[in-house]
Write a protein that binds this ligand. Structure first.
Ligand SMILES: *[C@@H]1O[C@H](CO)[C@@H](O)[C@H](O)[C@H]1NC(C)=O
Ligand SMILES: *[C@@H]1O[C@H](CO)[C@@H](O)[C@H](O)[C@H]1NC(C)=O
Ligand SMILES: *[C@@H]1O[C@H](CO)[C@@H](O)[C@H](O)[C@H]1NC(C)=O
Ligand SMILES: *[C@@H]1O[C@H](CO)[C@@H](O)[C@H](O)[C@H]1NC(C)=O
Ligand SMILES: *[C@@H]1O[C@H](CO)[C@@H](O)[C@H](O)[C@H]1NC(C)=O
Length: 377
């Protein structure tokens, strides 16, 4: 059994890349799973120190509970149970800052995180964290590729004011200066911090605290990839102490969505604008079931003339909400008097999440236009 557990511990938290682990265990001697405490929601804590905040770590997949190859070795273990012990083995310092419990919410790589997984996550977070006064906050471990979409979704749908911190890592555990362990420790610290309350969901990576609303992956490879280029960071973490630059505040024009009774998110497609783009890509998307479309326009939402009249036709004749965003990665698509929906400062990925959430609540064209209008000048 010792060998099996050791093997699993080595393969922990590969949330960014399915191939390489993000955390390596430093200490197998603590690998026996013992729970000090199980709360009324079934969350298992390995320690219950009354002077520390309680934090739940939601794992979305990868090898937090053992990689696919390890499946045989997990026989007899609860996946969530083994997962949290694996994380504690890798970063035992977590137990100095919080009592942690683990929930395995999914077991997929970040590009496969679907809207049904996001809904499940929002429902569970609202129940076991928001509705439970003994819980300080939560951490969501996630691959970095689609992390900004999950972060934006949770920011809109888990709005009780407790810190929900989304974290990933850019370097695999086997790399020199791997960033996973410290990112995890910092995210647990922020999730347990009173100063982190009432700021919406947060992304904590690379010693920085960012608002989930605007933060985006801006570089495919580097550790300083998560940025909100114009809006900046909310704070920094120095010697594992969170420091916020400003008092709690929420983004201008943020729309909160109560998903208590929502069971599915309608399909929204993103179309990327380019020279020679043909308008049948738009008609095909709608014909194949898209209930809304986001255009990653060139510049401030621009598309060629034929495509522009195709947008106008679908809006006029079918009231399909088509949101014009920008492919530039920065800046805004200004509010339009003409009746188009502009994304304002939201990039295409975030616009898609917001549009899907509004459609899931049965919002019509004008309500959607108004919600996006709040983010635009
Ligand atoms: C784990 O538990 C087993 C059975 O109780 C015990 O023999 C072993 O010494 C324990 N290992 C550690 C590292 O505590
Ligand atoms: C807590 O532990 C129990 C018993 O091992 C297990 O059935 C349950 O699924 C665990 N809870 C979570 C959230 O993993
Ligand atoms: C942590 O949870 C335990 C058990 O529910 C509770 O008694 C304790 O007060 C909580 N700690 C804090 C700081 O809220
Ligand atoms: C969810 O449904 C219940 C039962 O129909 C209802 O009482 C409640 O108001 C609904 N909540 C929301 C946010 O729609
Ligand atoms: C779509 O593009 C084609 C080819 O450029 C054009 O003939 C047609 O009028 C366009 N359709 C609409 C609705 O704009």
């Amino acid at each position: 059994m010792g060998l099996q557990v050791r093997f699993l511990a080595v393969a922990a938290l590969a949330t960014i890349s399915q191939a390489s682990p993000l955390l390596l265990s430093r200490d197998d001697s603590s690998s026996n799973i013992t729970y000090a405490f199980t709360n009324p929601n079934g969350l298992n804590f390995t320690q219950m120190n009354p002077s520390l905040p309680n934090v739940t770590i939601f794992a979305t997949g990868g090898t937090i509970a053992g990689s696919a190859d390890d499946n045989t070795a997990t026989t007899g273990y609860q996946a969530g149970a083994l997962g949290i012990q694996t994380l504690i083995d890798a970063v035992p310092e977590m137990l100095d800052v919080a009592n942690v419990a683990g929930v395995q919410i999914a077991n997929v790589g970040s590009p496969d995180v679907s809207s049904s997984i996001l809904l499940e996550m929002a429902h569970r977070l609202n129940k076991v964290v928001c509705d439970d006064p003994s819980m300080a906050g939560a951490v969501v471990t996630h691959g970095t590729d689609t992390l900004e979409e999950t972060a934006f979704f949770l920011d809109a749908t888990v709005t009780c004011g407790k810190p929900i911190v989304i974290v990933g890592a850019m370097r695999p555990a086997t790399a020199i200066s791997a960033d996973g362990p410290y990112n995890l420790l910092q995210s647990v610290t922020v999730a347990g911090s009173k100063e982190a309350k009432n700021r919406g969901a947060l992304v904590v990576m690379n010693d920085r605290i960012a608002s989930a609303y605007y933060v985006s992956k801006t570089n495919a490879n580097t550790m300083d990839t998560f940025r909100a280029v114009e809006m900046g960071y909310l704070g920094a973490i120095v010697s594992n102490m969170p420091y916020f630059f400003y008092p709690p505040v929420l983004p201008t024009g943020k729309t909160a969505v109560d998903v208590t009774n929502v069971t599915s998110i309608p399909r929204v497609d993103i179309l990327y604008s380019y020279q020679d783009m043909t308008n049948d890509t738009l008609f095909d998307a709608v014909e194949n079931g898209a209930k809304g479309v986001v255009i990653a326009g060139s510049g401030a939402g621009s598309v060629n003339s034929a495509f522009s009249s195709a947008i106008a036709e679908l809006i006029t004749e079918e009231s399909i909400p088509i949101v014009r965003s920008t492919r530039t990665g920065n800046g805004e698509v200004p509010y339009s008097e003409s009746g188009d929906i502009s994304s304002g400062f939201l990039n295409p990925a975030k616009s898609r999440i917001l549009l899907g959430l509004l459609l899931s609540k049965g919002k019509g064209f004008e309500d959607i236009r108004e919600a996006f209008g709040k983010v635009a000048v």
